[in-house]
Write a protein that binds this ligand. Structure first.
Ligand code: FE
Length: 187
């Protein structure tokens, strides 16, 4: 693990040890840790920065041994996009390379997900949050149709193992899914 990532993992470990989301100033501290991590783009190994021609990739950078948190690199190929989904745990996103756009949604039963607020765009160095307590459902896309983008995500659980949901765009029952992780690509 590189120095910047090790430092980030230590910061998150401290936050989780101190009680996680229930602790005062949790979001502020979580945001500062992520801002510090994505302030420089010189630490992400090439093996976890490789796009796939069809699917956005989620490489596990660190998983807490007790599954209390995880850190992931999200690698977007040109024009790639997630379905509308939830997380069920807190999450922080930091933009490392390129840009992504994010639309939040409200879910009411089986009706079509309803967009909330504006489409938000993240530029390198910027951060965003998700969580059941603040808004947990969104769709995220690469802002570019001609180049890759990379963001770093941390979650309050082992996100590759968590059973969560995809919401069909035109309504209907939510579908359960477990995202898993992509295999790092050895040069
Ligand atoms: Fe998400």
């Amino acid at each position: 693990m590189t120095g910047a990532l090790r430092r980030f993992v230590r910061n998150i470990e401290e936050l989780v040890d101190a009680g996680g989301e229930s602790q005062p100033a949790f979001w502020e501290k979580l945001g500062s840790a992520m801002s510090e991590l994505v302030a420089k783009d010189d630490w992400l190994p090439d093996s976890v920065a490789v796009p796939h021609p069809e699917y956005y990739q989620q490489y596990c950078l660190y998983a807490d041994p007790d599954d209390r948190f995880s850190v992931v690199s999200f690698v977007w190929g040109p024009g790639q996009s997630t379905p509308i989904h939830d997380h069920t745990v807190w999450g922080v996103i930091g933009m490392l390379r390129g840009s992504e756009v994010c639309q939040a949604y409200a879910i009411q039963g089986d009706t079509a997900p309803c967009p909330i607020g504006e489409l938000e765009r993240l530029e390198p160095g910027q951060i965003a949050f998700v969580a059941p307590s603040i808004g947990d459902v969104h769709r995220v896309s690469n802002a570019f149709s001609d180049r890759l983008s990379i963001s770093i995500h941390a979650y309050g659980g082992n996100i590759g193992k968590i059973n969560r949901h995809v919401f069909p765009e035109s309504g209907g029952p939510a579908k359960s899914f477990v995202s898993g992780y992509s295999e790092p690509v050895q040069a």
